[in-house]
Structures are given as C-alpha cells and as structure tokens.
Design a protein around this ligand. Structure first.
Ligand code: ARG
Length: 298
C-alpha cells in the first residue's frame, strides 16, 4: 500500500513506529574518466563548459574512493562510459532497496535531462550483475525521477524522503512507496540552485539531519522537524558554494563533506559527528559533490 505524505496532518507515525533497515555495506563509484561539463542543466554548471581540470578531478575522486575503503566499505568501481560526462554522479540513475526478507531490488531512474538518459542502461547492468531485481518506471507516465539524488533513505529505517519540483515529479512517489512498501515524505524544492534533494538535505543518523532551510517550503520544514529531533542548518555560503548538504554519513557517525564548510562542521562536531573533509572542487562546477558521487548498496 502506498503512503505519500505532503502535509503534517497526514503524518500518522513517529520514528519509533518505523521498521528497521540494515546499513548498506557497499558503495558504488563510477570512474571519472569522461567526467566533464559539456552542457548546462543546473545553475552551477554555468560558465564551466570546458573548465574541468581532468587530472585534478581524478585526484579528488581517488581520495574519496580511499576514504570509503578506510571506513570499511566495499567499493564497487564501475567503468565510465564515453559521451556521458555526468555519469560519475551515480546517486542519480537508480534507487535501491532491500526488502524485509532481504531481497535486493532497484528502481531505475527516468532522467529528466535528455543528455543523461543514456547513463541508465550502464548502471542497470551493474545491478544485473549484482543480482538485484530490476524495476522500471513507465517513461510515458512519469516525466522524471532521478534516483537517490531526490529519494533518500532515512538512516536504518523504512522511510524515504522524496524531493520534487525540478528533476523528479511528485506523482512518482506513489509508485515508489507502493513498490518498496515504504512511506515517503515528499518535500517540494523551491530554489533551482538546490535542484536535487541531496543538495539541501543530508540524513546524518536516525535523529539528525543537515539541511539548507531556504530550499524548502514552510510545510516541508514542518515535516522535517517533526521527524528529526536534531536539525543542523547550513548557512547560505556553505550550502550554495560548497554544497555542505551534499555530504554523506554512511555509518551514522563519520561524515564526508566538501572541505571548507567551517560552520557546518563545527555544528556537526558539537553534535558528536566525526568530520572528514574532501576536495571536490572540480565536481562542484557541475553541481555535485560527495553525496551524489556515489551510491550506497546492500
Ligand atoms: N551535472 C549533474 C546534473 O545536473 C550533477 C548531478 C549531481 N547530482 C546530485 N544528486 N546532486 O545532473
């Protein structure tokens, strides 16, 4: 049965009522061999066509990769595909799930930008080889769904936070909720600079989220604060220019974030998190950072 919550009045559960989920132990990364800015599909990409330092991008990606290895995650490296400069952002082409019975499934995305549609079959192949059940959305019914860029699992709970407005449409979440038998709290995004939910919303652990509040409606903020007892807010500079909220916290303790997010890091450290800074400056030119450069898998 599907349950998509867009209003506080529809919220009929608290965190304690939700079923548990295992913590993903694997991370998928796509090699940045063909990473570049070749077209403009978000405001951050403006002025950056042809401006990528490829060698620097490679160094940054390698450091991120070894960061995951040091954290004890199994890294599944996927080769790049020529002609798809954004494929390195592998949070976007899919949304995986593990059922209560331990069955692995994935819904493949319907990329909003025509330039990125061709990435999906490559990522699908990875799931096929990892024996996931592959599920597809009807492209004639849904205009966009960009996977974990917009649909973010709560930490260790069967709950999905679903962003909509730019790349994913609200109506897709009925389908996702039904397919994964999981409630979805849908959050409208209202600032084009924060075009994916993962640019303004980062689940740190079960009780804590890092957000950029101005990217949400008052209604969305009420939904966020009614589930998370601890809300850390990034300031405009760190959220907009350093993608502070595109951080990731795979184990509920260690946070990987773009370097220089001084205020955000201070707040996270005060809340007990261990912060690891990474330089993703080449990827920021494309409108992405740490979170969207990976996919966590079971
Ligand atoms: N250039 C890419 C795009 O606009 C960046 C994607 C970043 N992904 C993310 N989940 N924020 O699609």
């Amino acid at each position: 049965m599907s349950q998509v919550i867009t209003q506080l009045s529809q919220l009929n559960f608290s965190l304690a009522d939700l079923d548990e989920m295992p913590v993903p132990g694997k991370v998928m990364l796509v090699n940045p061999e063909f990473f570049d800015v070749e077209y403009i599909i978000n405001p951050h990409m403006k002025g950056h066509i042809g401006d990528i330092d490829k060698a620097q991008a490679y160094i940054e990606w390698e450091k991120l990769k070894s960061g995951y290895e040091k954290l004890g995650l199994y890294v599944h490296e996927v080769p790049a595909a020529q002609g798809f400069p954004d494929m390195v952002f592998c949070a976007n082409q899919s949304l995986p799930n593990i059922t209560e019975e331990g069955k692995k499934q994935v819904v493949m995305s319907v990329m909003h930008a025509p330039e990125r549609k061709g990435e999906v079959p490559f990522i699908k192949q990875v799931y096929e080889e990892s024996s996931y059940e592959i599920l597809h959305l009807d492209e004639s019914e849904f205009t966009g769904f960009e996977g974990m860029g917009d649909a973010i699992w709560h930490f260790r709970k069967r709950l999905i936070w679903g962003g909509y407005g730019y790349r994913s449409s609200l109506d897709v979440y009925e389908h996702i909720s039904n397919t994964f038998d999981t409630p979805v709290i849908a959050l409208e995004l209202i600032d084009p600079k924060f075009y994916h939910l993962d640019t303004c919303f980062c689940v740190l652990n079960q009780e804590t989220v890092l957000i950029y509040p101005e990217a949400f409606t008052p209604n969305g903020l009420k939904l966020i604060t009614s589930i998370f007892p601890n809300v850390i807010e990034a300031n405009q500079h760190e959220a907009e220019n350093l993608f502070a909220c595109n951080a990731t916290c795979p184990d509920g303790k260690n946070v990987f974030i773009q370097e220089g997010c001084v205020e955000t890091n201070k707040a996270m450290e005060e809340a007990g998190f261990i912060v690891h800074e990474f330089d993703t400056r080449e990827y920021l030119k494309s409108g992405g950072s740490v979170f969207c450069m990976k996919m966590l898998l079971w």
